[in-house]
Design a binder for this molecule. Structure first.
Ligand code: ADP
Ligand code: MG
Ligand code: MG
Length: 943
């Protein structure tokens, strides 16, 4: 449908375009699918009119006019004026009143409306058409002088603010805008009369105030308030267009990524009045509860009030019905009690709109003298819990399909289920201190500590703490674990802190450059504020924002939520991609299985090396200068590694466990200070100088590109031997105990086939040896990571021997861009801000560049080995857009940290759902189910 609009636009451009679309009296020229041209509000007003729902008549001036208006120095394209006047005549005839007519005047509102709603960013002017000529007619017609002057003062206030000040580009002196000054006059008038509320002012008071307002406008803005209806109308139309380029709207678009050239539409609509006495009212409502998703009509209303009053919070609004009364509002009359007949009409419209739009709607209504009018409908915003419940309920009500239900919930909303969240209401009022990269989602509040040891000590005392550091290293892990959250000044999305936190599902913000940490004095300066050890801060790790003080958190418990469970069941039924996890410890593997992981895609063996019980043997192995010495040290490590592998293989109960051989450069394990060096030399019985020389020898200028990955195993084959032995002995032991074990041995950092075969030979030899010794048949696979660009280029050659590929997209991104993962923090913020890069490529896969390598490697790899199993184990495996990419290029599975497993399951299901919907739309329903069946067969064969 959107296409239709595009085409209409192209064909009719430039001169013969239709610029104005009328609606009202049961019919409209536009419809809901014309949001691009008519804006969301206009398109939906048209749709409601077409449905026969009572909407005050009006017309929409298109977004195209907005674009032309700005392109032509604020001049309207020819034809617009005539079309507006013709459309206005139609409104007049529907209403039986005339704009500017002294006897029986029509009043209108002028409302903004972009394609996508930009709440509170753009302007609306009500009660246009009140002038010294029309006021007497209006009073005669309504018999209510107070009402007319009240409406008039509102017009002067809105118009002077929106049209005469903001749109005219007037910078108010001392930031005291005209609206504020008029509000002060109103307050002064109330004070003089000794009253507190607007309703306590009478006709004479408003009449007098209106004169004060007009004088003030003239004095402050140097121009009189216009006393001509037509002049008011065009002033308001121009101002609404101009509000598209207002400061607030522009910065909102930057944040939300809304293109500047969309433009806004303008809706001119006959006024209806909710402030005409006690048989009039106005309200806003949601067709279901947007906070819980419960299928009840939910909303607020005010008797004798005009639209904006409900949102403005001047009076406490009444609950819409008995269902949405709270202890605080129990005593207030609900609409179903006060106006039962109207409520019934409204409830019928609610059902009608939901059936029609097939989604929860957010609506505005006004009741004028017992007559109901609808003023707006749009798809309502909702939180995660509500989104999940509504999607499942609606699918079960057969309002939408299961595929649509899956697409209704964003991965971020699923994330809300898995972590405690910062209470959004309290967050709005909190002081933001700094912004960094959102490395670990969820919220956390705690007291600032600066060292891992302090974090642990404080946590032991039962304190909630946040570990604040420049960066973290493997030595900080105990403190990171004890802390409620981690905050670092440096590092990117794949820095140590980020990886570790994500693995634990812990809230974490990294690369928060505006923090000036003075670790020595246990202080941190930020934004002119100094925080000391023990001060409270709160992190929103989903957004990357640090707040001062303690903000309440909302907890979540996915296991108790039946809608969530249902949705995830549907997700698993439809998805083609397998979802595995990156886990190094049995406990993480267990968590991941509870979240639905179907295998381990990456188990990093070196993470087990840092344990205090082993690090000595590790160091001994590293500083060894002879093969014999190295073997002796390795023999000490073997039992530890075997136990680790047994634990993790057992936790996965026969699901594949991909174990990566030693990967990091050795020097990482021997960063020692003077005292530690002396101690280690003593332990090993070697002279300190000799040890220092060896450590010096290991030093590399560029360790990321240095002696690491399979290069270690090639230089020291005994390391590979030991690791392979530990893996197969673990598997053999389990098999003997009748526990299924499926190890997949993964060789890291391969760039050429010969590297792979060298290591593979060792692994297979050891496997045969162990099988013979233990007299068991061990099932296993040997494969490789594809993380060096060269590996992607020669993937067909590697696949001749490798049984599986796993894309290590962290390194692949690093090496394809030539960006050091650990140093991107220095320039990435600039890159993002200046739009050199659309997104952090370590967070969301660079599909154009790195993605091409991935697609190519898939194609080349499968050309050599059609049943090659392919996955991804970089951080991208948990990023929804990257998951969709993996689905598209035909990967078998994605592997991500345990807490992202549900997100990946949903993202994989959404990719499949989109395919299914497309296939259905193309009328290929039969072909679609065949694809699904084939995909199912493949997923099964991989597990
Ligand atoms: P926003 O997009 O900020 O909600 P709206 O254009 O919806 O702005 O208008 C603000 C308020 O004025 C709303 O409560 C709306 O219902 C009310 N309003 C707008 N036009 C009319 C009208 N023609 N008659 C009565 N109320 C109106
Ligand atoms: Mg509105
Ligand atoms: Mg790597």
């Amino acid at each position: 449908m959107a296409k239709k609009v595009e085409m209409a636009k192209k064909q009719d451009m430039p001169k013969e375009s239709k610029y104005v679309y009328s609606f009202g009296a049961g019919t409209a020229e536009g419809h809901a699918d014309m949001k691009e041209l008519l804006g969301g509000k206009g398109a939906n007003l048209a749709e409601m009119a077409n449905l026969g729902i009572p909407v005050p008549p009006g017309f929409t001036i298109t977004t195209e006019v907005c674009t032309l208006f700005f392109g032509n120095k604020g001049k309207y394209p020819p034809g617009v004026k005539d079309e507006v006047e013709a459309a206005l005549r139609k409104v007049e005839s529907t209403m039986g009143t005339t704009f500017g007519d002294p006897e029986d005047p029509l009043l209108v509102s002028c409302r903004s409306g972009a394609r996508r709603s930009m709440p509170g960013m753009m302007e609306t002017v009500l009660n246009i058409g009140l002038t010294s000529k029309t006021i007497p007619g209006m009073i005669a017609k309504t018999g209510d002088e107070r009402f007319v002057y009240d409406a008039y003062r509102r017009l002067i206030m809105m118009y002077s603010d929106v049209v005469m000040e903001k749109a005219a580009g007037v910078e108010p002196a001392g930031e005291r805008g005209i609206r504020l000054q008029l509000e002060e006059e109103l307050e002064a008038a109330k004070h003089r009369k000794g009253v507190h509320l607007d309703v306590e002012l009478g006709a004479e008071d408003w009449k007098a105030l209106v004169e004060v307002f007009k004088a003030k406008v003239k004095e402050v803005l140097g121009k009189p308030f216009p006393d001509d209806a037509m002049e008011q109308l065009w002033g308001a139309i121009g101002a609404v267009f101009r509000s598209w380029n207002g400061k607030r709207a522009v910065s909102y678009r930057r944040i939300e990524g809304i293109p500047d050239d969309w433009g806004t539409a303008v809706n001119v609509q006959a006024m209806v009045f909710g402030n005409m006495g006690d048989d009039s009212a106005t309200g806003v409502a949601f067709t279901r509860n947007p906070a819980t998703g419960e299928n009840i009509f939910y909303g607020e209303w005010l008797v004798n009030a005009q639209g904006e009053d409900v949102v403005a919070g001047i009076r406490t609004p009444n609950p819409l019905n008995r269902d949405c009364k709270t202890p605080d509002t129990r005593h207030m009359a609900s609409l179903d009690e006060a106006m039962p007949k109207i409520y019934k009409d409204l409830d019928r419209i609610r059902t009608r709109l939901e059936k029609h739009y097939r989604d929860m709607q957010d609506i505005e209504f006004t009741i004028e003298h017992h007559r109901l009018w609808m003023l707006q409908t749009r798809t309502g915003k909702r939180n995660g819990a509500a989104a999940v419940r509504m999607a499942v309920d609606m699918a079960q009500e057969k309002l939408i399909s299961k595929e649509e239900a899956l697409l209704r919930v964003s991965p971020a909303q699923i994330d809300e289920f898995l972590h405690p969240m910062v209470d959004p209401t309290a967050e709005k009022k909190a002081t933001a201190l700094a912004k960094g990269l959102p490395a670990g989602p969820g919220g956390a509040a705690g007291r600032v500590v600066f060292t891992a040891d302090d974090a642990e000590a404080w946590a032991k005392r039962g304190e909630s703490v946040i570990l604040v550091r420049n960066e973290t290293s493997p030595e900080d892990v105990h403190g990171m674990h004890a802390a409620a959250a981690i905050l670092t000044a440096k590092g990117g999305m794949t820095s140590h802190a980020a990886l570790v936190a994500r693995g634990w599902g812990k809230c974490c913000i990294v690369g928060c450059g505006s923090l000036n940490i003075r670790a020595a004095s246990k202080r941190v300066d930020v934004k002119g504020i100094t925080l000391s050890e023990g001060d409270w801060i709160t992190l929103n790790g989903t957004k990357g924002v640090v707040y001062q003080g303690q903000i309440p958190l909302l907890t979540a418990d996915p296991k108790k939520n039946k809608w969530y469970k249902q949705l995830m069941t549907w997700a698993d039924q439809i998805r083609r991609l397998g979802v595995w996890t990156n886990a190094d410890r049995p406990i993480d593997a267990q968590t991941a299985r509870e979240f639905g992981a179907e295998g381990i895609g990456l188990c990093r063996t070196e993470h087990m090396f840092f344990d205090p019980a082993r690090i000595r043997a590790v160091r001994e192995m590293i500083v060894a200068e002879t093969v014999e010495a190295r073997r002796t040290a390795l023999a000490k490590l073997l039992p530890f590694q075997r136990d680790d592998f047994m634990g993790i293989l057992e936790a996965m109960k026969g699901l594949p466990v991909t174990i990566r051989l030693l990967d990091p450069p050795l020097h990482e394990f021997v960063t020692l200070d003077g005292a530690q060096t002396v101690e280690l030399a003593g332990d090993l019985g070697v002279p300190v100088e000799k040890l220092q020389a060896r450590i010096q020898q290991l030093h590399e200028l560029n360790p990321m590109l240095g002696h690491r990955g399979c290069r270690l195993g090639i230089a020291y084959p005994e390391i590979t031997e030991m690791q392979a032995r530990a893996i197969f002995e673990a598997a053999a032991e389990l098999l003997k105990r009748r526990v299924k074990a499926l190890p997949e041995v993964m060789i890291p950092l391969v760039g050429q086939p010969s590297e792979f075969t060298h290591q593979e030979d060792i692994i297979r030899r050891v496997a045969t040896e162990v099988a013979k010794e233990k007299k068991v048949k061990i099932k296993y696979h040997v494969g490789t990571m594809i993380e060096v660009p060269r590996a992607a280029l020669v993937a067909d050659k590697i696949a001749e021997r490798a049984e599986f590929f796993s894309f290590g997209t962290n390194d692949l991104t690093q090496m394809t861009f030539g960006f050091s993962r650990d140093d991107v923090g220095g320039f990435l913020p600039e890159y993002l801000q200046k739009k050199i890069l659309p997104r952090d490529p370590f967070e969301s896969l660079d599909q154009v560049g790195v993605g091409s390598l991935v697609a190519m490697a898939v194609q080349r790899g499968r050309s050599a080995r059609p049943d090659l199993k392919i996955g991804i184990c970089g951080e991208h495996g948990g990023d929804p857009e990257s998951v969709e990419f993996c689905h598209r290029v035909g990967l078998d599975y994605v592997s991500c940290s345990p807490f992202r497993v549900p997100i990946a399951r949903l993202a994989a299901a959404q990719a499949a759902a989109r395919d299914a919907i497309k296939a259905k739309a193309a009328g290929k329903a039969a072909a679609g189910s065949a694809v699904k069946a084939k995909a199912k067969a493949r997923t099964v064969s991989t597990v």
